[in-house]
Design a protein around this ligand. Structure first.
Ligand code: ATP
Length: 712
């Protein structure tokens, strides 16, 4: 919950408006049952006469009524005799308080009047014995079951008197129904408008929230080093950015619609219910208890399954991703059936879990409807007894049912939400873990800028040790060398000897565990990351291209690059030939991941991309492996001519690529086995000798020896 508050904080202003809209909506929604009750009890049953107060009386009725009053002065004050001889209620007697007070005085006399008018005796109004007998009966009734019955009798008398005065009670009824109906229409409009406003704003907050979190996640992941990416795994980062965010977005919208509205309506409805009839509220309590038990049982049954679904969803995603990216290899090795089964197992398990929770949840709705209907029946059963006893009216019972339903439905909604809520909070927790993850590689507060003009590009590894997070052994031990500008430094060694790790450390994808890496004498941890990387042209082992054009890939990250610079880079990287063969040339499309060109072409474009940057340091991680020998040699020759002053570090498996390097570093299980030129190493390093002899013929070795001896 704290997490939700943390992430919803920026939206507090809109949420405050939603809250107000919900209060207005709840208030107006709750007004309607009371008005409906009024329509039935007053508009229909009492012909629009709201109080047991005559609106007009003939002279005879006036006198008869006065004869029944203990204190006639109040009536005298409230009525005046009109020119038509009829006694009218004064216009000033119009407030609710005045009318209620008058009704309290008149209810019993009017009910008495009603009984006497319908008695068989002609002189009933002067028969004091009859009057006191009937008065006693009415007072007894009022003391037992309240004034409801007496008042309704009084209202009937008031209607009768109005008709006796020669006026039309139907007009009063019409005016009442029309007035209240109009008012109810207005209230409904207010309800609808506030509901629309609240729904719209809730959807807006949901969408903005989703956008914001997705953006924050994306920005964060962009700054992650390999360490953090490996920690979460790229599949999980994708699920968190898409699926998890989607789930939270939905939850936020529902939360703002239901979790705020339902409690307001439920508590408001309860207040109304107490106002109508507190002694049958136990029915509501009973229904809520039954629903709570049911929700608790469902929660216990489905929650473990929901948690499992989350994990299975990740698994299905992972297998799908793996299969789609490796589809060619899967086909080549005829593993379609195996992979199909693997996917099917995870998918089937996901389906079974969905089915189970679906079945359990599908029982919920009929059960809830049963509880709602059963409570309505209980209310009607109890209410009808109260109506018969004169303590309740039909409209009041209808209002009671409406309020009870509103409260119960709110409760059902809240229960549903409370089942969804923990699942979404798990997703929010997963998102928060990414957003709160500290960066392992970041700019120091006093990080130095690397001004382009000052950079020479001397790279120094100063007794560097490095261990990958979670690994038992060091990947590099005591790596110590200097790569000078204007020279080519080659790194060679068997698979897994740590060649790529050296380049990764120089790019600061990871930080060294011991020792230092320096550029022009500055520890790279003290330099601004962006500056450091701007001065390095890195060609990774696997040529990575992005969807777009050849031009956009070569000029990647260089918005101001000119057409001739692109062409020059392509020329040096020996990519021009295949580019020119394409109809659109530089503008030819590159598919996502560069799948529409060959491996060698991909490598050439990656090399061109590094050259276009014109950096001071070039890092080639086995970047010439997909080129044929001739292209490899001629590309390196062109490169040497162009990047004369740059520091070039080449990682290679192929010894022919590095024979002419100014210095060769031989790596063996993360340690330097030897540093020197080809000829030195043939003498000094057994590892090097073994590699050289396994790749080159004796004649080639002799020719190289002859060439280098001549150079010396
Ligand atoms: N992200 C990683 N986490 C843990 N260990 C790693 C990681 N990357 C590489 N290693 C381990 O570090 C060692 C050096 O790996 P590195 O990729 O630098 O070797 P390499 O010489 O470049 O190999 P290759 O020539 O096959 O590319 C290997 O033992 C490898 O298993």
């Amino acid at each position: 919950m704290q997490l939700l508050v943390k992430y919803l904080k920026p939206f507090w202003k809109i949420i405050a408006i939603i809250l107000v809209a919900h209060v207005v909506q709840a208030y107006s929604t709750l007004l309607l049952p009371t008005y409906t009750s009024g329509l039935v009890d007053v508009g229909i049953q009492a012909k629009g006469f709201e109080y047991a107060v005559p609106l007009a009386m003939s002279q005879e009725d006036y006198q008869n009524l006065q004869s029944l009053l203990e204190n006639p002065s109040q009536v005298e004050k409230a009525y005046y005799r009109g020119t038509d001889g009829v006694f009218h209620l004064k216009d000033q007697v119009s407030s609710k308080e005045q009318l209620t007070s008058l009704e309290e005085d008149l209810a019993i006399p009017l009910a008495l009047y009603q009984r006497l008018v319908y008695s068989d005796q002609a002189q009933a109004f002067s028969d004091q014995t009859l009057i006191s007998k009937e008065r006693d009966a009415l007072q007894k009734q009022a003391s037992i079951s309240g004034l409801t019955y007496v008042t309704s009798q009084g209202v009937q008398a008031a209607i009768q008197m109005y008709a006796d005065a020669g006026l039309n009670p139907n007009k009063v009824q019409f005016d009442y129904l029309f007035g209240k109906g109009f008012l109810m229409l207005g209230i409904t409009l207010v309800t609808i408008s506030s509901a629309v406003l609240a729904f719209y704003l809730a959807a807006k907050v949901g969408a903005d929230f989703g956008y914001r979190i997705r953006k924050q996640l994306f920005d964060k992941v962009l700054r992650f080093s390999d360490h953090e990416i490996e920690k979460f795994s790229s599949a999980s980062l994708i699920t968190r950015t898409t699926n998890d965010v989607q789930q939270i977005q939905m939850m936020v919208t529902l939360f703002l619609r239901i979790m705020i509205f339902s409690p307001i309506v439920a508590s408001g409805g309860l207040i109304y219910l107490f106002g109508i009839q507190p002694n049958i509220i136990w029915i509501l309590g009973l229904s809520i208890a039954v629903i709570a038990v049911m929700v608790f049982v469902l929660f216990k049954l489905t929650m473990p399954r929901f948690r499992r679904i989350q994990g299975l969803f990740d698994r299905v995603n992972l297998i799908a991703r793996e299969v789609i990216t490796g589809i060619q290899v899967i086909r080549t090795f005829g593993r379609q059936d195996y992979e199909g089964k693997r996917f099917d197992t995870a998918n089937y398990e996901l389906q079974q879990n969905h089915l189970f929770s679906g079945r359990v949840m599908s029982m919920m709705m009929p059960f809830m409807i049963f509880v709602l209907d059963a409570s309505s029946i209980l209310i009607v059963w109890n209410g009808s007894q109260q109506i018969a006893g004169g303590t309740m009216q039909v409209g009041q019972m209808m209002a009671f049912i409406s309020y009870s339903m509103q409260i119960l439905i709110s409760f059902v909604m809240l229960s549903n939400m409370s089942m969804m809520f923990p699942r979404s909070l798990v997703a929010l927790g997963r998102i928060d873990a990414v957003l709160e993850e500290p960066f392992s590689i970041y700019d120091q507060p006093q990080a130095l800028s690397l001004e382009a003009k000052q950079v020479k590009g001397q790279v120094t590894f100063n007794h560097v040790d490095f261990t990958y997070e979670g690994a038992d052994e060091k990947a590099l031990t005591d790596i110590d060398f200097v790569a000078h500008p204007g020279q080519t430094t080659a790194i060679i060694g068997s698979t897994g000897s740590g060649k790529s790790t050296i380049l990764n450390l120089l790019m600061r994808y990871y930080d060294v565990s011991e020792g230092q890496i320096l550029i022009d004498g500055q520890d790279i941890r003290n330099l601004k990351l962006a500056d450091l990387r701007r001065h390095i042209g890195y060609v990774p082992q696997k040529g990575v291209l992005f969807s777009g054009t050849i031009a956009s890939n070569i000029g990647f990250g260089l918005p101001d690059i000119e057409q001739n610079q692109l062409k020059e880079a392509a020329e040096i990287a020996h990519a021009s030939e295949f580019i020119n063969e394409k109809e659109e040339g530089m503008q030819a499309a590159i598919a996502q991941g560069g799948t529409n060109i060959s491996g060698g072409q991909k490598q050439r474009l990656s090399i061109a991309r590094a050259i276009a940057k014109r950096p001071e340091i070039y890092l080639f991680d086995d970047s010439f492996s997909a080129l044929d020998y001739r292209t490899d040699a001629s590309l390196r020759k062109a490169l040497n001519e162009t990047v004369k002053d740059a520091t070039v570090i080449i990682v290679a498996q192929r010894i022919s690529t590095i024979l002419d390097a100014d210095q060769i570093i031989v790596l063996d299980e993360g340690r330097i086995d030897g540093i020197g030129r080809h000829l030195d190493l043939m003498e000094k390093s057994a590892v090097y000798r073994e590699i050289a002899e396994s790749q080159l013929s004796q004649a080639e070795l002799a020719a190289q020896a002859h060439k280098q001896e001549k150079e010396v």
